[in-house]
Design a protein around this ligand. Structure first.
Ligand SMILES: C[S@@+](CC[C@H](N)C(=O)[O-])C[C@H]1O[C@@H](n2cnc3c(N)ncnc32)[C@H](O)[C@@H]1O
Length: 176
């Protein structure tokens, strides 16, 4: 996937023209860069990852490609309580599958607590319920829709899918 693919996965879930968003488990920033493009100059992003080196690399790429973007880099474990302002939106991309299935609901509720009323939660995951060594606990769109409902989201909508040579397909879904 390239930057255009990342933007296209998020596009329908992110209203342009600013807002405060967080990207949890942002890594080297594939979706943070996409968010920076979609939010534009009025946007503010909290980019959270426990891997300091990945965040440093991300900051360099961000400065090269979106020098005006306002991004706060937080080295932190997103399963632990974080001090964040009320968020308009959250992206959680390819990171929930590292949490055991039994823990996923608790993590989602924790992240959901950072959203302001009416805020949006975008999940990006492999569209399978069977993991492997690298992607231990993925959840299909159907499983996510159920977990999102159980976690207190009123609505969930599929935004986009892209084929993936690894595990078949990746989807983006928005919940609110
Ligand atoms: C597969 S990478 C995905 C990176 C990016 N979101 C993407 O889709 O390209 C997973 C990232 O999540 C981070 N991560 C996983 N669990 C985390 C946690 N509990 N707290 C913070 N970061 C976490 C890892 O350090 C890694 O950078």
């Amino acid at each position: 996937m390239n930057h255009t693919d990342h933007v296209n996965l998020l596009r329908r879930g992110v209203s342009s023209g600013g807002g405060v968003w967080a990207d949890f488990g942002s890594g080297t920033g594939a979706f943070t860069l996409a968010l920076a493009e979609l939010l534009g100059p009025g946007g503010q992003i909290y980019s959270v990852d426990r891997d300091r080196g990945a965040l440093r690399a991300q900051e360099r790429t961000m400065q090269a490609q979106f020098p005006q973007a306002l991004v706060h880099y937080l080295v932190a474990d997103f399963t632990q309580p974080l001090k964040l302002p009320p968020l308009d939106g959250i992206v959680l991309a390819n990171a929930l599958h590292f949490q055991k299935y039994a823990a996923q609901g608790r993590v989602i509720q924790q992240l959901k607590s950072y959203l302001r009323p009416g805020g949006r939660f975008i999940l990006i995951e492999y569209n399978v319920d069977q993991g492997n060594t690298w992607v231990p606990h993925p959840l299909s769109y159907q499983s996510w829709a159920k977990l999102a409902r159980e976690s207190g989201f009123a609505q969930t909508q599929l935004l986009a899918t892209v084929p993936s040579r690894f595990l078949g397909e990746i989807y983006a879904a928005v919940s609110w």
